[in-house]
Design a protein around this ligand. Structure first.
Ligand SMILES: Nc1ncnc2c1ncn2[C@@H]1O[C@H](COP(=O)(O)OP(=O)(O)OP(=O)(O)O)[C@@H](O)[C@H]1O
Ligand SMILES: [Mg+2]
Length: 147
């Protein structure tokens, strides 16, 4: 049975300045397991894509006065497993399978290339997406660090 070594919960405003905050926090948190530079970069990159999605897509129809949040929960386990959940309470995704298709984007074609989910998948050991239209989206990232 794996044991939890450490847990973190973070609520951030869904603003682009918080992409860097999320990356910094997750790096500091994972450092306890002494990851390789490559492992750390992978985790930072995957988390960054998930957080950016919540910032860019989840709250696209909200007015500027309504506070919008991103919820990050991370765990370290004694089998060197790292899990990071990135959740929002935004618009949700109608068709998750379609959204995960490489090059699919509902964003500005000049700014987005529809590669975020592919990056999250490639830089982790598993990635799952749960979403309910009108309720929000949760992305669960899992990575096993080398012994
Ligand atoms: N948290 C979310 N809330 C609502 N829709 C989302 C969310 N995350 C992803 N999506 C939808 O899934 C699509 C694909 O996401 P993905 O990250 O793969 O590409 P992208 O964000 O459009 O472009 P890129 O990440 O390459 O800049 C998005 O265009 C958007 O329609
Ligand atoms: Mg994206």
């Amino acid at each position: 049975m794996k044991r939890i070594l450490n847990e973190m919960k973070l609520r951030l405003n869904a603003t682009s300045s918080n992409e860097a905050v999320a990356r910094a926090c997750i790096s500091a948190f994972v450092a306890e397991l002494d990851p390789t530079v490559e492992e750390l970069c992978d985790i930072r990159c995957a988390v960054s894509e998930a957080v950016t999605n919540s910032i860019v897509h989840a709250y696209r129809d909200r007015d500027a006065r309504t506070p919008c949040y991103i919820y990050i929960s991370a765990r370290l386990y004694d089998n060197r497993e790292v899990t990071v959940e990135v959740a929002d309470t935004g618009c949700g995704i109608e068709d998750v399978a379609r959204a995960r298709t490489p090059s699919f984007t509902t964003g500005e074609p000049s700014e987005r290339c529809g590669m975020g989910f592919l990056v999250m998948e490639n830089f982790t050991d598993s990635m799952s997406v749960k979403s309910r239209p009108g309720k929000g989206t949760t992305v669960l990232l899992r990575k096993y660090l080398k012994p």
